[in-house]
Design a protein around this ligand. Structure first.
Ligand code: 6PG
Length: 229
């Protein structure tokens, strides 16, 4: 059963500022304890503000290790790739060593990319912080409602995804939830219906991410209380 810590904020900018502070705090703690901070980035548009804020922050970048929660099967230079957005907003602006940035090689196609990334995940050991978004149907990463995946896989292949492009790979719910902390970012009135279902206990993919500490949800009032709040 998912433990969910809800943190509501007035506006998306407040969510972004709080999330940035949370991530920097987790990084300081991980580097102090283990000399490394292993962060899994979310795709989509919600995290962009956060990545911009991180890029303007002071951090021990040489001890950061970057992974991705999911990726779309597109050419490396395609602007729709999650890695493209992460590089544009953060990774090209800070001094994280290139060999510590683990981009999902989805230009190879889902099968080959998933196989390669299973090895990356195995070598990563425990992630310190996983960032996730949520779609209006309650999907997270590329885990979509109604889709079945092999329970023992750490990385899934995804075909005919309901959110274009159709082919993707995604870390499994179990792998995402195995992190020390999970931060789920939700903003905008469009997400309200799925948030309502989530809070009512509907079995959505986002509700299946179970973290020992409980998942932390940073959400604005439009998504939490609905558009007329
Ligand atoms: C993707 C993301 C996806 C995203 C949600 C929310 O590849 O699209 O991994 O899971 O996080 O769809 O997207 P927005 O932040 O754009 O609303």
């Amino acid at each position: 059963m998912q433990k969910t810590n809800w943190h509501t904020f007035a506006e998306p900018d407040d969510v972004a500022a709080a999330a940035c502070a949370f991530i920097l705090g987790q990084a300081r703690r991980a580097i102090a304890d283990r000399n490394a901070f292993k962060l899994v980035l979310a795709g989509g548009t919600t995290p962009e503000k956060i990545y911009h804020l991180l890029a303007q922050s002071q951090a021990d970048w040489e001890h950061w290790h970057i992974y991705f929660g999911d990726e779309r099967c597109l050419p490396v230079t395609n602007k729709e790739r999650n890695s493209y957005m992460a590089c544009r907003t953060l990774l090209d602006k800070v001094t994280i060593p290139a060999n510590q940035i683990h981009i999902m090689p989805t230009e190879l196609g889902a099968e080959a990319a998933a196989e390669a990334y299973r090895k990356t995940v195995a070598n990563a050991d425990v992630f310190d912080c996983v960032l996730l978004g949520m779609g209006e149907d309650g999907h997270t990463a590329s885990l979509f409602p109604g889709r079945q995946h092999a329970q023992d896989e750490t990385v899934h292949t995804v075909y005919n995804s309901s959110k274009p492009p159709p082919e993707r790979i995604s870390l499994s719910a179990k792998t995402l939830g195995s992190a020390r902390r999970v931060l789920i970012l939700v903003t905008g009135a469009g997400k309200y219906p799925a948030v309502q279902q989530w809070r009512q206990g509907v079995d959505l993919p986002v509700a299946r991410i179970e973290c020992e500490q409980g998942v932390d949800v940073y959400i604005d009032t439009a998504a939490f209380n609905g558009p007329n709040d």
